[in-house]
Ligand binder design. Structure first.
Ligand code: NAD
Length: 262
């Protein structure tokens, strides 16, 4: 299937590991040039080298925290200066800590808002005017199944991420006339460091090992296993492609059937 992604330019935020990394490599395999950011320069450079070596695409990297909105804007401007356009922007960041409501602090609420809602606003503000100029664009947010079905002990994620749905729906309406599609992808349990982090937190309270936690989680998933990050990345690639040109304002869960709603 022709994706139409060759020589497009994509920003992928928080792409040194996990779903962001898998998305970067999946887009590179379609011939898309990449602009990557994360906080860890070494890990990010490895992803960039892999994309260049395996797929021959150009890759630009910058190291910063996506909660710093001035850095997000500077990054987007630098990407535009380097490539001449920004076609695709995939927003991403680390998830908030797993805590019960009573354990959370106001500082953690502020950080969750900055990381998992405000950073998306920063990217959207920075890239949409460039997409408007060319009358083509794809903004894709990575959130969580938590936007449809709260996840136990993830009160920060459950609360803050639902705001992204309102943002995505509103922006899809506003920017549809510019031929820009805006969609959200909600991963279920996916085999990355994030799940290891959740398993560790769970081990402290329940005494279960990480593999026991994963088996327990998998029991509730109709497909009976965690996702591979590449399986989430494939959906993002499809949304970015010409094949999804009439899809906008949607949330697509990649959760192996875990969400039980209609
Ligand atoms: P991960 O821990 O494997 O990777 C997170 C990436 O984000 C890393 O590259 C890290 O360096 C980067 N990052 C973290 N905080 C950052 C910051 N402040 N600024 C810049 N970069 C930052 O996690 P993942 O599993 O790939 O998860 C990606 C997103 O999807 C997270 O928001 C996570 O909460 C969410 N999610 C994950 C799962 C899962 O089961 N893995 C399920 C639902 C939602």
């Amino acid at each position: 299937m022709e994706t139409g992604l060759r020589n497009r330019v994509a920003i992928i935020a928080a792409s040194s590991k996990g779903i962001g990394r898998a998305t970067a490599l999946a887009l590179a395999s379609e011939g898309t040039h990449l602009a990557l950011c994360a906080r860890n320069a070494n890990a990010l450079d490895q992803v960039a080298e892999e994309a260049r070596h395996l797929h021959g695409v150009e890759v630009y990297t910058e190291t910063f925290d996506v909660a710093e909105d001035d850095r997000v804007r500077q990054f987007a401007d630098a990407v535009h200066g380097r490539f001449g356009n920004i076609d695709i922007c995939v927003t991403n960041a680390g998830g908030p800590p797993a805590k019960s409501f009573a354990e959370t602090t106001m500082a953690e609420w502020d950080r969750a808002y900055q990381l998992n809602l405000r950073s998306i606003v920063s990217f959207a503000q920075a890239v949409l005017p460039y997409m408007q100029q060319r009358r083509w664009g794809r903004l894709i947010t990575i959130t969580s199944i938590a936007v449809k079905q709260p996840v136990p002990e993830l009160i920060l994620s459950n609360s803050v991420r639902t705001g992204v749905l309102g943002l995505v729906r509103s922006l899809a309406t506003q920017y549809g006339p510019d031929n820009i599609t805006i969609n959200n992808v909600g991963p279920g349990y996916t085999a990355t460091d994030r799940v290891k982090e959740l398993a560790q937190t769970n081990a402290q309270t329940s005494g279960r090992s990480a593999s026991e936690y994963e088996s327990e989680v998998a029991k509730d998933i109709p497909l009976g296993r965690l996702a591979k990050p590449e399986e989430v990345a494939d959906v993002i690639v499809w949304l970015a492609s010409e094949r999804a040109s009439y899809i906008t304002g949607q949330t697509i869960l990649v959760d192996g059937g875990l969400y039980r709603g209609l």
